[in-house]
Design a protein around this ligand. Sequence first.
Ligand SMILES: Cc1ncc(COP(=O)(O)O)c(C=O)c1O
Length: 440
Amino acid sequence: MHEAPDQPSARAEPGIAELLAARPWLSVAPDVGLMLDEVPLARLAHEHGTPLWVYSDAVLTARYRALEAALAGAALSARIHFALKANDTLALLRRLVALGSGADVVSIGEYEAARRAGFAPQAIVFSGVGKTEAELSTALVRGVGQINVESAEELATITAIAARLGLRAPIALRVNPDVDAGTHAKITTGKAENKFGIPSDRIEPLYAEAATSPSLRLIGLAVHIGSQILALEPYRRAYGRLADLVRRLLARGLPVERIDLGGGLGIPYGTEPAPPPAAFAAAVHEAFGAFRLPLIVEPGRWLVGPAGLLLSRVVLQKEGAARRFVVLDAGMNDLLRPALYDAWHGIVPVDAARLHAPVSPADVVGPVCETGDTFARERALPQFAPNDLVAVLDVGAYGSVMSSNYNLRPRAAAVVVEGGTARLVRRRQTILELFSHDMA
Ligand SMILES: Cc1ncc(COP(=O)(O)O)c(C=O)c1O
């Protein structure tokens, strides 16, 4: 077992029954097997093929409302801005628009997705450490609510572009608070050695200087310390530092309209505990309640992670020299997280009989020609036959967005389950489309 914090420890690795018990949106009927929100997954595989991303509208909606209620319950005026990097499926984005969400984007592609989904320009925050001049100009011309500035160098670029366009760029400075989020090294963003944000001790002079520019509208400060954060202590430390900076800016009479607290709230991938939104909201209140300023939070994973599963067929089961391999028709090109972060995802059979069959250790792998194309090692699973279905759980965040065409494999289709029916919201890429960009 690896020590990535987004996986249960070997001792605590939950079984199939425990995984299902912790996810009430999944249920089992003896005749049709595993269902999502009462829709049989076997039917979806039959109708739409596999691999297939399956999203629950009800889970996404419930999670959005729970977070919104927790923030309001802590007497905070906080707006949720969904981080599109976690999932860019337009159908899900449209649901979030309807729920009242804003957006956090990190590229002009995500900006375009946000606009297509119906987010108002003013509801879009543009973050990212390497926004190009073309991206910044486009966002400024088409309209954007806030640009999170990641360096003094970027601030100079934005000022010049805004001056050229005759606009005032709405900006917030992203603080690097030098706090360890206690998460996987590849998704830690708030330490001094990370590329993100501006060191705390440079914020005050830069903000004061920016306040003198007619081409800038100062909105405030932003922070984001990492992803899949399962403890509140790193938030408390980072938010404490951010609050100190806000106090100092206000004491100097500098304008602060709003504070952007980033995302990062973690979810259980097994059955491990994760902070409830009310506890997160209480930590936010502790640091920022007294300011009585509007706040932004930018969750991605917490909102959408548990709302998605990847439905895949067993191509074959093979007995290797050292272990049993279950070979799926989904690969690391579909779901990269296990290969990229050693991430742990629950994997459960869809067939009712297999759900209750005796289990033994098996490696669950994809068809891609990489040993890293492994979804699970020594996982307690039943025997499988070709064409059996499995569901890889909690892949709604950082799942389909990271898909590639590696090994010339088309990108999978996606359906949203809503009110007892499933709607195809992204069709499967065709083999012909894989060649549509080649010029010769
Ligand atoms: C600036 C910013 N905001 C929000 C997020 C969303 O993070 P998460 O999906 O962990 O909530 C990220 C992701 O790393 C990010 O970089």
